[in-house]
Design a binder for this molecule. Structure first.
Ligand code: SAM
Ligand code: SF4
Length: 460
């Protein structure tokens, strides 16, 4: 596979087994200074088995998360607009051989209706998701662009969706340009597995079966100026140690060539999917303990990159993983097109584990002293790509997040929260203000007043 040197990775994994405690502590000290880790250093952390050292890893991950992002956790919802797909990925319910799934591509009115449903719950950030291809490429890109414009056009209580990220099939340069012109936030594309033989075994039909075409899609995105890209591994397909090191090789490649790594990393674990026996019995499922390690080590290895966790994980697991470095979570998700107003979920991609409402998740985050955030200020202020990284790498982005997250929380409480969450939220905001330095507190108080007086969508 392009950019990936498998032999190097296997050698590094083998050598890392001879680690000693001193090395581990030194690596954690380096990470705590917010430096990205090398493949070798990351492999050593991945080899750690001793309980005490593992706890050191978890504590370091918490420290780094707080240092870079502060208390905020960004909330979003996926919006599935079409489950037609030309590929046969053996793990996915949308795969083209699955005759059980009801196929559906939402029309523009239906997309607006779904957006309204999400806005009514209080969602301000959407991840648009589709299967690959409708009839032909031209029609596919026009459909995506029309969908994006439709989503941005919907208004509820004077509020609109603030940012649309998108997870869709690789496009041509020309089509990426069209997507950029529509105002997308992050372009997400998961390589699923960086292990070539496994990749071939699980992608049987369609354009996605070409691993190099997929991995080089991000180059095309960068070439037209889409500089917030999201990457990910579908955990369960192959050995997680290999996958993480290979993903780091990919990141090194992006940094070398574009001066900036991925904006986000997603960590989906394979879930059961109707129409896929494979998904119920993945070959290399990481245990819950492995998964905690994966999240914490990713936070240490690439400290400045957002880590996204979806509702594929259970509520209990998500509650724990947020402490270890997750910075964005989806909430009240549905993976079937039309699912936000439709009770028929027979066209879903995979099963959801965390079924809590957005309001319950907002409330829960606050009880853990995290600030639920609906902010999209960076993207709207042009803080993307290396501009964002220059602020994030030394740990300065949290100064903005601290203010913006409180402002968006206030807006949520005023417009969408249940009585109990509203009460808890007001107490939480008071407490957060009391923890701010004088200057930040004054700016935040002034902006909060404007929101109370009816101004909408304020950010710094
Ligand atoms: N069709 C596009 C693609 O494959 O890149 C984008 C949408 S696809 C629905 C988004 C992601 O869903 C895939 O990249 C894959 O990682 C994930 N996925 C597919 N089947 C899954 C399953 N059974 N459990 C968890 N995640 C799954
Ligand atoms: Fe299609 Fe994406 Fe599912 Fe593969 S993962 S079958 S490309 S929707």
């Amino acid at each position: 596979m392009k950019y990936i040197n498998e032999n190097e990775i296997f050698n590094i994994i083998k050598q890392a087994e001879n680690y000693n405690e001193k090395e581990v502590i030194e690596i954690l000290d380096k990470a705590k200074k917010l430096n990205r880790l090398s493949l070798k250093e990351t492999a050593i952390l991945l080899s750690v088995k001793e309980k005490e050292l593992l706890n050191e890893i978890f504590n370091s991950a918490k420290y780094i998360k707080n240092k870079i992002y502060g208390k905020r956790v960004v909330l979003f919802a996926p919006l599935y607009i079409s489950n037609y797909c030309v590929n046969h990925c053996v793990y996915c319910g949308f795969n083209c051989t699955n005759k059980e799934t009801k196929r559906k591509a939402l029309n523009i009115e239906e997309i607006k209706e779904q957006t309204l449903q999400l806005l009514k719950r209080g969602h301000m950030r959407i991840l648009l998701v589709t299967g690959e291809g409708l009839d032909n490429n031209e029609k596919y890109i026009n459909y995506l662009c029309d969908a994006i414009k439709a989503i941005y056009s919907v208004e509820f209580k004077g509020l609109k969706i603030k940012r649309i990220n998108i997870n869709c099939a690789p496009l041509t340069k020309e089509h990426f340009q069209k997507l950029k012109d529509c105002g997308i936030g992050t372009y997400q594309l998961f390589q699923e597995t960086y292990h070539e033989e496994t990749y071939r075994k699980v992608h049987l039909k369609g354009p996605k079966s070409d691993a190099d075409l997929r991995i080089s899609a991000l180059d095309k995105a960068f070439s037209v100026g889409i500089d917030d890209v999201g990457i990910g591994i579908l955990f369960g397909l192959y050995d997680y140690k290999f996958e993480i090191l290979a993903m780091l090789q990919h990141i090194e490649y992006l940094e070398k060539n574009y001066g900036v790594g991925p904006h986000t990393i997603s960590v989906p674990r394979m879930e059961a999917a109707e129409g896929s026996d494979f998904a119920s019995n993945p070959p290399c499922p990481p245990s819950d303990d492995d998964f905690r390690k994966i999240v914490a080590i990713l936070r240490l290895a690439v400290p400045y990159t957002g880590l996204i966790l979806s509702t594929r994980e259970s509520a209990e697991s998500r509650n724990e993983l947020i402490d270890l470095g997750i910075s964005q979570i989806s909430a009240e998700s549905c993976t079937s097109p039309g699912g936000y107003s439709d009770n028929d979920k027979s066209s879903a991609q995979f099963e959801i584990s965390d079924k809590r409402s957005l309001d319950e998740i907002v409330d829960f985050l606050m009880t853990k002293d995290y600030t639920p955030s609906f902010c999209a200020a960076c993207y709207r202020k042009g803080r993307t790509g290396d501009v964002f990284m220059h602020i994030a790498k030394p740990g300065n982005i949290k100064n903005k997040c601290e203010i913006n997250s409180i402002l968006t929380l206030k807006e949520y409480l005023m417009n969408f929260a249940t009585k109990n969450t509203k009460e808890q939220g007001e107490i939480f905001i008071k407490k957060s203000l009391s923890e701010m330095d004088d200057e930040t507190k004054e700016i935040t108080l002034n902006l909060l007043k404007k929101i109370e007086n009816g101004e909408k969508d304020i950010f710094v």
